[in-house]
Ligand binder design. Structure first.
Ligand SMILES: *Cc1c(COP(=O)(O)O)cnc(C)c1O
Length: 555
């Protein structure tokens, strides 16, 4: 969500007036269009009724008219299922959608009014804690959140507070907390540091570290003020899992040497619902509460939890890791509820359908979906590399070393039919790819972003952006394979990618960079005026943010 700017309709009119836009004599109409909706066809109002866009209309407008008007306007949005830039779910089963509709009016904050919903919330936490290796003798606690961002902020806050309390108990200052993360961290992690006054130690990633947090660098950056390490299970850039166990061991050694105990929070926004179900897991080592140093884990229910946008989860391995000072006790008619969230009111329907998914799909159901996503992602990766035009930066299609010789021989006989994700490097069902070195040599003038732009013309949304700082000379195209990418769609995607690349090869004189620079829809070419400056300033900032890539703000 970007910040929206207030628009003053009178300034907008003034600006259009200054620009002498007459549009074939429709001077008045063009002016009116800028600030009012022209009510649609199919109603008795036709275009004679003025519905202001930026001011509250005094009398409102008929419901069917407004409905049609908004539907039409929203036709200009991309198609969610073809938005391959996002991890966030775009499909739910009809029964789940029905349940959501029936429960849209429920507020998760109203504990007392909706006890059944609260019980469902509790069961979700229980299921997740168990799925992530909750240990006997510990009492895991957790909460639903709006997404992983809120969950990460809560996890970070608990670490900060625990560190402060420990420092104060030792009579030491607690003014300069820092937190460690890789440069591949999603924006939510850096947001935590900035919003909650913690120094972010953002460590560079490299090809050698598979564009993930580099354990060697972690070692060099620890000190007594380190409140914790964010380890990401499923990097947003390339889908690689960060080595939680290896980092945990580094922190063990640090503790042995210095006595300083530094916790890990695992950001499993995507991986929390992928790794536990796939045959490959995280590729061998441990990543969850089986490691004593992992104190909290978050996941986005709305990513591979397969729920529509609006739900995340955080679980602490034991209630003792939740500083009491942060937990609010809410007294209701029926008793006392504890709460640790940033929001109060929020929709409850997502929690209900999260539970629907967990119960309806069960372990096997999630496993089949995740294995299928990975199989499709491998197919896409292998097809792209078969063209020789592309190289994958993600590794989930490369054979893992784990399978023994005997099993390997068996596989050679049975063919690829029986393979699972264990035969390959573990990771998210994400395909990050770039032009191959040979391709770049043969066609140095072709820009990779042109692939994204031409694919957009065919309705696909595939971002092209630079890898994190220090590796940002490399641009990647990235496709997130979600449940809804059926085999047919995948087939079409591959053939469109091939045909778009051929178009670029065959037409070496075309320069598509103008497409990237085009003005956002709706902005006029009015000469500079203060009013115009104000209106387009926000848009300019947006352009600037995107100058390093297309659809840079991927999630
Ligand atoms: C998506 C994502 C986030 C942010 O999660 P939201 O649910 O969108 O708030 C944080 N970290 C990682 C690794 C992610 O993939």
């Amino acid at each position: 969500m970007s910040l929206a700017q207030h628009i003053d309709p009178e300034e907008l009119v003034g600006q259009l007036h200054d620009a002498h836009i007459t549009e074939g004599g429709h001077h008045h109409l063009r002016k009116k269009m800028a600030t009012s909706h022209l009510t649609p066809y199919g109603t008795q109002y036709a275009s004679q009724v003025d519905v202001p866009k930026y001011r509250l209309p005094p009398n409102g407008a008929p419901s069917d008219t407004v409905y049609q008007m908004l539907r039409d306007e929203l036709d200009l949005d991309g198609k969610p299922n073809l938005n391959l830039a996002s991890f966030v779910g775009t499909y739910m089963e009809p029964n789940a959608t029905q349940l959501m509709k029936e429960n849209l009016a429920k507020n998760l904050a109203d504990n007392d009014e909706y006890p059944a919903m609260m019980a469902i919330h509790e069961r979700c936490i229980s299921i997740l804690a168990h799925l992530w290796g909750a240990q006997k003798g510990e009492k895991a606690v957790g909460s639903a959140t709006t997404g992983s961002s809120e969950a990460i902020h809560l996890g970070g806050l608990a670490m900060k507070r625990r560190w402060q309390e420990k420092r104060q108990a030792q009579d030491k200052d607690a003014y300069k907390p820092n937190i460690i993360m890789g440069a591949n961290a999603q924006v939510a992690l850096e947001k935590f540091a900035r919003y909650f006054d913690v120094e972010a130690r953002i460590l560079p990633v490299s090809e050698k570290s598979h564009f993930r947090l580099d354990p060697e660098l972690v070692k060099e950056n620890l000190d007594e003020n380190t409140i914790g390490v964010f380890v990401i299970l499923g990097s947003t850039y390339t889908g690689h899992y960060e080595p939680v166990e290896e980092i945990s061991k580094i922190l063990d050694s640090f503790q042995e040497e210095t006595g300083i105990d530094i916790p890990i929070h695992v950001d499993a926004a995507s991986g929390g619902f992928v790794a536990p179900f796939t045959h490959a897991g995280v590729g061998g080592p441990k990543w969850n509460f089986e490691l004593p140093r992992v104190k909290s884990i978050n996941v986005s229910g709305h990513k591979y939890g397969l729920v529509y946008a609006g739900v995340g989860w955080i679980v602490w391995r034991d209630q003792s890791y939740l500083p009491e000072h942060l937990v609010f006790e809410l007294h209701y008619l029926g008793g006392t509820e504890k709460s640790f969230t940033l929001n109060f009111s929020r929709p409850g329907a997502q929690i209900i359908v999260q539970y629907y998914n967990l119960i309806h799909l069960g372990f096997k159901g999630y496993q089949e979906i995740m294995e299928n996503c990975l199989a499709n992602a491998r197919l896409l990766s292998k097809s792209l590399e078969a063209t020789k035009w592309y190289t994958c930066v993600s590794d989930i299609h490369r054979r893992s070393q784990r399978r023994g010789v005997v099993e390997g021989a068996k596989l050679a006989v049975t063919g690829e039919q029986n393979e699972t994700s264990t035969d390959y490097v573990a990771g998210l069902p994400v395909v990050s790819f770039r032009f191959s070195d040979e391709f770049k040599k043969d066609f140095p003038h072709i820009k990779q972003e042109s692939v994204s732009l031409l694919m957009r013309a065919r309705q696909w949304i595939i971002p092209n952006y630079a890898l994190p700082p220090k590796e940002d000379k490399t641009e990647i195209l990235r496709v997130v394979v979600r449940e809804s990418m059926s085999f047919d769609i995948l087939d079409k995607l591959i053939s469109d990618l091939v045909s778009v690349t051929e178009t670029l090869i065959d037409n070496d004189e075309i320069d598509l960079s103008i497409l990237k620079k085009q003005k956002p829809a709706g902005s006029s070419t009015a000469k500079a005026s203060s009013a115009k400056d104000q209106v387009t300033n926000a848009l300019k900032q947006k352009e600037k943010r995107m100058e390093d890539g297309i659809h840079r703000t991927v999630c």
